[in-house]
Write a protein that binds this ligand. Structure first.
Ligand code: SF4
Ligand code: SF4
Length: 450
């Protein structure tokens, strides 16, 4: 069925080359276990988890090893069976900061089956019990946000959720882990979606997928029909970056706009990534924790690109070795090339929020390496911005630290750092980076003033 608003989508945006052909047709594979696992205690937005194991303790794969540090926090489970070799060891994070971690020596040649299970009958569980089960499973937003999912599963106080949206856009170039999840874990996705409908009270749900993944649209529609899920639909939306941003997707699917500074619940909606829902659908009935995730490992610097199930805490050098990465990359990006993070050190491990690991040789970098030139006033950045901002002006004001003006007159805080402006600028001005630094500086000043 074609929706009346379908095809109108949101305004502006861009069409970068997607490079998804490298991995989109490759079935999900499991990566072998590394003999050392490094599990950072801070893997989600919110309070870090608190360790509940001690050095020298043997742990079973799936066993809780750190409890949630508060309501906005997620517990952590052992990704492997092995022996804890250190607790509270400071390790590097992708952004260069240090965080405490639990280190585990994987038992060699041991059976790595998951034995820590507490099966549940979700049909008889209340909404509160389901929310608690999602928190106990340590599920966070797997689309990259890493926000503890249980917090979003109930309508915020004073609001009503009528429509739940499953985000299957995966609009970032190279990334295909959500695409493969929708094809290979369709039933888990629909199960997780139905559980989220119970907790949120939503009457209906829509799965939104970009129209460059019609095989996933068809597979899901088939499953919906077979299971006679009359309150769930699956809709294709135009392929256009950043269609996967929740505000853009809500506009495309429902024709509704989230008010400036607002959240989807303000218009009666909640948005979940499809990979997150598939994990809820698998983990909650089995009563186990999130110990691994599907990661797209790709880019021109990798000889075995693919979508791999990788235990959380797997050291990055081990992953790079397994996929045949070149020895001297020019750039490694965690996430997609538009909103992901270029890392300065390989001395990190995989975490719950890492959707992709992209490797580029020095001569094939995904971003412009040319020097910044003066603005020529072409307005390409303005025409690309999906939030109707003036990135050129924001960049100029950021250069002279006129932060208050950026906020009051140019709505700085509506920018969600999608990268469309920088990508469109013929003068190679790193607009998104300037805007990001200005936002960080404003937040830091606010923290210092408290
Ligand atoms: S990064 Fe911000 S200013 Fe630039 S296009 Fe995206 S939303 Fe607009
Ligand atoms: S795209 Fe670049 S050159 Fe054109 S107006 Fe924006 S900042 Fe200036």
């Amino acid at each position: 069925m074609k929706l009346p608003w379908q095809g109108t989508s949101f305004a502006n945006g861009i069409h970068p080359e997607d490079h998804k052909e490298l991995t989109e047709h490759k079935p999900i594979r499991r990566m072998p276990f590394s003999n050392k696992i490094i599990v950072p205690l801070s893997q989600s937005i919110g309070a870090p988890a608190k360790p509940i194991v001690t050095k020298g303790q043997d742990v079973m794969r799936g066993e809780p090893i750190a409890e949630a540090g508060g309501f906005v926090s997620a517990p952590i489970h052992a990704p492997v069976t092995g022996t804890v070799s250190a607790v509270d060891e400071l390790v590097s994070m992708p952004n260069g900061s240090k965080t405490p971690a639990i280190l585990i020596d994987t038992w060699p040649s041991s059976d790595q089956a998951i034995r820590y299970l507490q099966p549940r009958d979700t049909k008889v569980m209340s909404a509160d019990e389901l929310v608690k089960a999602v928190q106990d499973a340590g599920v966070v937003g797997l689309g990259g946000a890493a926000f503890p999912t249980h917090v979003k599963m109930k309508a915020p106080k004073g609001k009503t959720i009528t429509t739940l949206v499953a985000n299957g856009c995966e609009c970032e170039p190279y990334l295909t882990c959500d695409h493969r999840t929708m094809l290979e874990q369709t039933d888990n996705l629909l199960k997780g979606l139905q559980l989220a409908m119970v907790t949120s009270g939503a009457e209906k749900a829509i799965i939104g997928i970009e129209d460059n993944k019609m095989d996933a649209v068809e597979k899901i529609r088939e499953a919906i029909n077979k299971q006679q899920l009359t309150n769930i639909t699956c809709e294709a939306v135009p392929t256009c970056y950043p269609q996967g941003a929740e505000k853009m997707l809500l506009k495309s699917l429902l024709g509704l706009e989230v008010p400036a500074g607002g959240i989807p619940a303000d218009i009666g909606c909640a948005v979940f990534n499809v990979g997150t829902l598939a994990q809820i659908g698998e983990l909650v009935p089995e009563g186990r924790g999130l110990i691994e995730r599907i990661v797209t490992v790709s880019g021109p610097g990798v000889s075995k690109p693919g979508n791999y199930i990788i235990p959380l805490g797997t050291p990055l050098p081990y992953v790079l070795e397994q996929v045949g990465a070149i020895e001297k990359p020019g750039m490694i990006i965690l996430g997609g090339p538009m909103m992901g993070m270029s890392i300065a050190t390989r001395d990190i491990a995989t975490t719950k929020g890492i959707t992709g690991i992209l490797v580029f040789p020095p001569e094939q970098l995904p971003c412009c390496n040319e020097p910044e030139m003066p603005c020529i006033g072409c307005r390409a950045c303005v025409e690309a911005c999906p939030m109707y901002l003036n990135p050129s002006m924001l960049g100029k004001l950021a250069d002279v630290s006129r932060h208050q003006e950026m906020m009051d007159e140019y709505h700085l805080m509506n920018c969600f750092e999608c990268g469309c402006c920088s990508n469109s600028c013929p003068a190679n001005i790193p607009l998104t980076q300037k805007i990001r630094v200005a936002k960080q500086s404003i937040r830091q000043k606010a923290r210092n003033a408290r």
